[in-house]
Design a protein around this ligand. Structure first.
Ligand code: URA
Length: 433
């Protein structure tokens, strides 16, 4: 067997055997297969697809490319959460401390930004001192000590996904069901939870642009999970406009902190509560979804969820004075308020375009080794359905480069679609599978 034969088979639309998939995953993880060969195969998979059996074999091979954790010491039901990606998606930073504050252990391995979407690891790293590079033992010790740990994919958990994820980002091979399903499920299987809640985003700012594709992705991940002995629940959520108001790494962290302090934005709240209600149910801590939501709200109101965030950040070396006083987060060099010339109702704020604009400002990467800028991005001031008057602020641009600032000011006016007719707010929870 050799990699050239494997690439040409997939290039010619043929099915790969389990052994060929394992050969690729192991060889690429060990560095025996080069980035350019892996790129060719990933692009061939992107274009020619994979059948269910190949996708499952790819997921399992990626999961077992490193250690597979056993978290059974934390109980019979250990629950985890992941999102298929979005713009302004700060849900994990809010939801997981809430869940941990209810006594449900949380061991979460997150990703970095991918394509036009942001990543939880990049966001958490904007808190000075917070360590996302944590080894397996410390990860588990953290969960034992404070009930929660959120880390990056830097240790020996699904290392194949870490490499393939970065490669996909750098070669424009992100929006693809076999690659997303195997990426997410390999991480979830390796990190040890036996119950998994997935936020499957749908719309302009998601990788699945319509509900039909999102359902296919959800079903694919459920199948992989079941074959690996994991129970998986998928919540389909709308991602046509950005979630919340802030898009950009530290900007989103600040919004998440404020949420846990009680400033709950409606769309974010709905997603957090829906996912959380299922996490609590799968954890065996309450079958009634409405009651679960009420308990979550209680722990926000009584400060327990915020306290858990503080404990987690402190335990991983983060400077909690930034959480207590979010004005301490360094500001971007330029902050500009963009004013509209129009009067009417906001019809659309294309989340993909906002995500790309945020990346253009420096919040995301073009090359896999690129450093991201922590403090740049966009803060929306108006959302879809809002009425706007001439000379009102639509959004704030946070930039470190003056030319980029000017370009972003121009672009944001194109992205906001404002017309005379009123717009009905669309539901944010689109289905449960
Ligand atoms: N999140 C992941 O972990 N992987 C993907 O491919 C997309 C979103």
């Amino acid at each position: 067997m050799n990699i050239l034969e494997i690439i040409s088979k997939k290039r010619d639309k043929k099915e790969l055997t389990k052994e060929e998939i394992e050969y690729f995953v192991q060889g690429y993880t060990k560095g025996e297969i080069t980035d350019y060969q892996a790129s060719a195969l990933i692009m061939a998979i992107y274009i020619n697809g994979m059948n269910d059996r190949e996708i499952t074999d790819l997921s399992i091979a990626m999961a077992y490319s490193g250690e597979v954790l056993d978290l059974s010491r934390f109980g019979e039901n250990v629950v985890d959460k992941h999102s298929t990606g979005g713009v302004g998606d700060k849900v994990s930073i809010i939801l997981l401390p809430i869940i941990a504050s209810m006594g449900i252990p949380v061991a979460k391995m997150s990703g970095r930004g991918l394509g036009f979407t942001g990543g939880t690891v990049d966001k958490m790293e904007t808190i000075p001192g917070y360590r996302t590079k944590v080894d397996v033992n410390e990860f588990i010790q953290n969960v034992e000590k404070v009930g929660i740990s959120m880390i990056g994919q830097t240790m020996n958990l699904a290392p194949a996904d870490k490499k393939i994820y970065e490669l996909r980002d750098a070669i424009s091979c992100v929006e693809n069901i076999p690659l997303i399903a195997s990426s997410i499920m390999s991480k979830k299987i390796a990190s040890g939870a036996n119950k998994i809640v997935l936020d499957v985003t749908v719309g302009k700012g998601a990788f699945m642009k319509n509900k039909e594709d999102a359902e296919k992705l959800a079903n694919q991940m459920i199948k992989i999970g079941n074959l690996a002995g994991r129970e998986v629940k998928c919540v389909l959520t709308s991602m046509d406009e950005p979630l919340g108001y802030a898009v950009g790494n530290s900007l989103e962290v600040i919004e998440a902190i404020n949420f846990l302090k009680g400033d709950m934005l409606e769309d974010v709240k709905q997603v957090v509560l829906e996912l959380g209600a299922y996490m609590i149910k799968l954890a065996g801590k309450g079958d009634n979804l409405e009651e679960n939501k009420q308990k979550m709200l209680q722990n926000i109101e009584n400060g327990q969820a915020y306290k858990k965030l503080i404990e987690m950040v402190q335990n991983q070396g983060g400077d909690i004075s930034y959480l207590e006083d979010t004005t301490k987060f360094e500001k971007s060099k330029y902050i500009s308020a963009v004013v509209t010339e129009k009067t009417g109702f906001v019809q659309e704020i294309n989340a993909e375009q906002i995500g790309k604009l945020s990346c253009y400002l420096g919040a995301g990467r073009v090359n896999k080794e690129d450093e991201i800028l922590k403090n740049v991005g966009i803060i929306l001031n108006k959302k879809v359905g809002d009425k706007v008057e001439e000379q009102e602020f639509l959004a704030y641009i946070c930039a470190d480069d003056e030319n980029k600032l000017r370009e972003a000011e121009r672009k944001i006016l194109e992205i906001y679609k404002i017309e005379d007719q009123e717009v009905e707010k669309q539901p944010i929870i689109l289905g449960i599978i």
